[in-house]
Design a protein around this ligand. Structure first.
Ligand code: MN
Length: 372
């Protein structure tokens, strides 16, 4: 308790030799460094309950303790005490569900449009959010302080999401704790879930991100303590992923809207951001501001015949464009990224022109949809 790394919760048995649980709680209460740490007391039936109750005891549970009661007690321990007391006055025995909880969340994502979307969605739910641009910064932040949840893009410059997760898990082996990490992956293929779990992640959401899935996963995983067992607790979303056809699997022909068809389904787009038009406008603004830079980078990379740089720019364009439409720009950028990753630069100039033309169409369509 004294090592400079604060614990946020102490779960203690009431009956212990030398210093019993209640004495421990009172000693902690009297210590200004430990006074704010919550204590959950495990007691036995037949013992006087609530004996010399210290103010830092957030719950007393009678053994044997049911998992769900312990989880509730842990969740309640992290509701600010004043708020809890207010709610007790109004509605005794009110339960705080995971859905209502506000988390401190670290987001590691290199794509500015995705960053903006995730930030606005999470802040809209009252979460406190820190955004970093790559895995290296994520590791550094995650070892500085404890977050309730980390959202981790898989593909990032400097250090990718799998590598960053491994580094964070190594750190946790030294200092204890387990921060839930949710992967954000553009692959969305069967087996992705297993790969993310194997890398030490707790869950994943697929890109292009959708508000409902992202927020649902944050509520579910952030409310958990400790690691989700693989194969258990799968959300309906996870089931869908394992089987959902995706462009990368070659099964998406039906998704692609013809060049003469509507490029953007306004209703579906709005639904994908939870029906929040203000949020959609902000995300589109970031896209329109960031895209010319990405296109310029792509141009430079193509002129230099730099396959890695081409793949990286195409990946970025694919990631942002895919938020708005799976046709056109997303498809063109995906094809270019794949070719560049395989080191195939034949026809790269033509492919690059395709991407630029499709990106321009998407920009126009978004501007006219939102009257920008
Ligand atoms: Mn990325």
């Amino acid at each position: 308790m004294d090592a400079g790394r604060p614990y946020h919760l102490v779960i203690t048995d009431a009956l212990m030799p030398d210093v019993d649980g209640f004495t421990l709680a009172r000693q902690m209460e009297a210590d200004k460094r430990l006074g704010a740490v919550n204590v959950i007391m495990l007691t036995s039936a037949g013992l006087p309950q609530g004996r010399s109750r210290a103010s830092n005891i957030s719950a007393q549970l009678i053994k044997p303790v049911k998992q769900s009661d312990l989880l509730d007690a842990i969740l309640n321990a992290f509701v600010p005490r004043a708020a809890l007391e207010r709610s007790r006055e109004r509605r005794p025995r009110r339960r705080t569900t995971a859905r209502q909880r506000k988390f401190r969340i670290l987001v590691a994502e290199d794509n500015p449009t995705n960053q903006k979307l995730v930030l606005l969605l999470l802040e809209g739910r009252g979460h406190r959010v820190t955004v970093v641009n790559d895995g290296r910064q994520a590791v550094s932040k995650a070892t500085e302080r404890v977050y309730d949840l980390i959202l981790m893009d898989v593909q990032m410059p400097e250090m990718g999401g799998f590598e960053a997760t491994a580094a964070i898990r190594r750190h946790e082996r030294d200092v204890g704790g387990h921060t839930p990490i949710v992967a954000m992956t553009a692959h969305a293929m069967a087996g992705d879930r297993e790969r993310c779990l194997a890398a030490g992640m707790d869950a994943y959401v697929s890109k292009p991100l959708r508000a409902e899935e992202l927020l649902g996963t944050v509520d579910r995983v952030g409310g958990q303590v400790g690691r989700e067992e693989p194969g258990r607790n799968g959300s309906p979303g996870d089931e869908t992923h394992a089987t959902r056809a995706h462009p990368a699997t070659g099964a998406a022909g039906a998704d692609v809207v013809s060049a003469s068809g509507p490029l953007i389904d306004g209703g579906a787009l709005l639904a994908s951001v939870g029906g929040n038009e203000t949020l959609l406008r902000e995300v589109v603004s970031v896209f329109l501001a960031d895209t010319p830079k990405q296109v310029a980078l792509l141009d430079t990379a193509v002129r230099a015949h730099d396959a890695a740089a081409i793949a990286s720019s195409a990946h970025a364009l694919k990631g942002s464009a895919g938020l708005f439409s799976k046709a056109g720009a997303y498809d063109a950028a995906r094809a270019l990224e794949q070719a560049a990753r395989q080191g195939d630069l034949t026809g790269v100039e033509v492919a690059c022109e395709d991407v630029k033309r499709e990106v321009a169409r998407l920009e126009d369509a978004l501007r006219s949809l939102l009257d920008l």
